[in-house]
Design a protein around this ligand. Sequence first.
Ligand code: WQD
Length: 341
Amino acid sequence: MKILVTGGAGYIGSHTLVVLLAAGHDVVVLDNFSNGSREALRRVQQLSNRDFNVVEGDVRDRSILDRLFADHEPAAVVHFAGLKAVGESVEDPLSYYDVNVGGSMRLLEAMSKASCKRIVFSSSATVYGTPEYLPYDEDHPTRPVNPYGRTKLAVEELLGDWCAASPSRCAISLRYFNPVGAHPSGRIGEDPKGIPNNLMPYIAQTAVGRRERLQIFGDDYDTRDGTGERDYIHVIDLAEAHVAALERLENMSAHTALNIGTGSGMTVKELIGCFENILGRKLPTSIAPRREGDLPSFYANPSRANEALDWKARRSPEDMCRDSWTWQSRNPEGFGPTAID
Ligand code: WQD
């Protein structure tokens, strides 16, 4: 199948491209490079030994979308393009609604016009909000507590109504937990702009000497060791879930939301300890106050995705840390000038 991948130059998008190409799909990438990297796409082409089309543009631009659908006639879409920082969404909610919801609306309009009926959407466990029970299953109430989560839920609702309007349309929203790690080759990986918000890239940048010390945001939560607990999933497991979803879309009815996690939680200290074991040395850390908006603990019940997609996360926390380190140690400045070719 020819697949349109929006946001394909980003962290999860680029890893999904590698898996899609290895599975024999043809792809066309749409990216405005606001957060993705041209270098990442160059390396995806090297890794997969496959060429693919790249269209530079914004998912909110109907004229670019219409021309792309006319030129490439994709049979399905994997939609990553969007803004994804929780804290930023609180400070700038209008941009988050404009890009995440507005962009998805323009995409669905272009898909409708081109009779493209299948889409896999990059959603997030943030749609659940404060846990009423754990692990989260897909029947857990969806009460997001920040604008980012609300935009993800709004797009899921949009997809439900878009599918209901025409029986041949189908959509799967994949609710990611905490994607981490990198392609085992170390050629592509997570390269956040500026100071990393997320734990794993901060650990990796501390390990390579780019950051002086890792702050642990709170050690007084009601968890095994007092630090926050999350369901970390290897980005290649996540990428494989997208390919499994694409290949099963036709058997699904209308819109389905699925949890994509391992089903196990790890605390901040446990992840740091795992990374230190890979390194063979301790990392400089300090205990800092809790980060506003953080939940103490959440993790997935992934059984519905395991069943519906015949998919299961296979990679271990050691794989996640080892692959993160391979990427960061070979690319101390990410895709910047010092990356080792
Ligand atoms: C994990 C744990 C922090 C940084 C967010 C988004 C979510 C998704 C993934 C987009 C928490 C602790 C972190 C640090 C720390 N993004 N931490 N020191 O907040 O669970 O999820 O990213 O889809 O939607 O909400 O991930 O990696 O930021 O935090 O102690 O320097 O690590 O307190 O307990 P989070 P995270």
